[in-house]
Design a protein around this ligand. Sequence first.
Ligand SMILES: [Zn+2]
Length: 289
Amino acid sequence: MGKVLFFMVVFAALLLANPWCPVPRSIATLISPLEKSDYNNPDIRRNHKALKKLCLYRAVFHEGNQNWKMLLVFNHYKPHGAFWFLPHDNENTAFDSAVYAVRRYGGGFLAVDSGDRRYHAGQDPNRNFSDSHSKVPSCCYQKAPSPIYTRNVFRIINAFKKSGMPYLALHNNTNGGGVSILKSSKGVQSFLAYPLEQVIHGKGLKDEDSLVYIAGSHAKPPSRKINRLLHEGMHVKYERVNRANNDCSMSNYVVLGKHSERYYNIEAQHGDGRTQRKMIDKLMEHIMQ
Ligand SMILES: [Zn+2]
């Protein structure tokens, strides 16, 4: 009887696991198949056709008062490669661009599912990266310690990201909003790829909202890396990270927690998928070189 039950359990597990979409063993306990309700997710509905050719799972876990839910998408022909993180569920163009990137270049992406909202039960998912078991004082937008969130997100990233690949993120911003190449803030320097007068009313790559974020710990910006991106026609923002100004965003965690300066975040205005896809193509070419 025990044997029959054992085989029934194994059989049920095999049915659940999509044979075309094997999940890396290192994240098997974190990942589960989509549930019926997931098919009502607007990101999935919008990309229904394109996603049929990709592998789709959900990642669910808890930490403190937070019930995190994320969508994992990867390319089963070429699962290892570039891997993107999308923390903000209201940034629909970024999701559509990630689907494009994974179909074209392989790899995958992880998107936080917050019911189409930027915040997840009051927490900005991109201000929640820290190994610390106590709240980080400099991280004013972090509500509670987040070692589980941080470990799980990076476990999934590392299951697909090729070792030579940088950490990658995709975001959308608003027209001329806080994130603009025409604005600089303490610790973030802007580098224009085109003359100022062309950027002010620019469209596409020239638009003030189309930019690549990079990050590092040095006061002196990495000029070779910046010049190559500028030469490819993309505005660049260099964020200087240190413990004192750590805001618990992904870029800060890559520098401080992963001791890496290989981070790229492609920002484009909400709705400008055409430019965001173009920037993905340029960055992928840049990384492959
Ligand atoms: Zn965002």
